[in-house]
Design a protein around this ligand. Sequence first.
Ligand code: F0G
Length: 355
Amino acid sequence: MGLAWPGVIEHYAEFLPVSDATPRITLLEGNTPLIRSEYLAKRLGDGVELYFKYEGVNPTCSFKDRGMTMALSKAVEEGAQVTICASTGNTSAAAAAYSTRAGIQSVVLLPDGYVALGKLAQALAYGARTIAIDGDFDDCLKLVRQISENYPVALVNSLNPYRLQGQKTAAFEICDWLGRAPDYHALPVGNAGNITSYWMGYSEYHERGITDSRPGMLGFQAAGACPIVTGEVCEKPETVATAIRIGNPARWQEASAALRESEGRIEAVTDEEILTAYRELSEEEGIFCEPASAASYAGLKKLAAEGFFENRECIVTATLTGHGLKDPDMAVEMAEVPEKAPNDLDAVVEMLGLA
Ligand code: F0G
């Protein structure tokens, strides 16, 4: 292998259900930075070493690219001509990009009015047949399941097992980089595919003896869309974190198993907690993620406030699932209005208090 990063399939081929006959449909996803927290870690406790797995720098700016490179490679191997998915936005962006890369058509069903602007722009730009449904994500998922069961279109939601296979590579990267498994891993939970994938990844490295432990999985849902926390389907999910506005997660059972086996925790965080965390990440740490992604750090703060990390020396990793530019409206809404000044040197110097 050369020095250039070849994408997650080629790099982790021995851990993935691929053969030489599997085409590599890739945009060189993965190999994302694990950024050590300089400022926010202090809020969690003296013994906490915190790292952010910044998935916003993938080719379509979210973690979905890891799963989609696998889903499309296998779909093409199996002769698919059309892909379909339901999405709160990021899955559709990745499905559209990787389908185009594969030379096939994508169809995406989105909850009308609840997809962040950057994500909608991506689906359209990559040439997906983009359909806004008068319903929520769970309604869209029901439709695409029925369509893919009855017509020749490949489903690329995380019900597709290859998606989870691809997404587990993020856990591999974390272990490769740290030289061990973290003690805890935090992430936002929506359809619950990603927490399932990470647990698979950590477990496989452990089974093969590459690592000698597995982390406790810490999952965080938005308080207005937290079915796994309450144990009941949420009929009317509502949250500013539109990416995780999901009432009936497809991978509910698997996520519950991961939480149980890892002796982890699943908690709800309010929109206010999510947005505070979102601002702290960009303003204090210099990392701009989308609101849903900030749920992982918001949840860690909540656990810390309950004393979870007290007197604990531990390494905590937290996935920041998508880039801040995915949701530019939210970023602008949350900020101060830009100041205005005349086109005049003295005026700007004076305004800055430099005169
Ligand atoms: N964070 C972001 C930014 C997401 O887009 C999603 C899911 C999640 C977290 C939760 O991951 O569903 O595996 O538990 N987005 C899906 C989509 C639902 O359609 O883009 P999960």
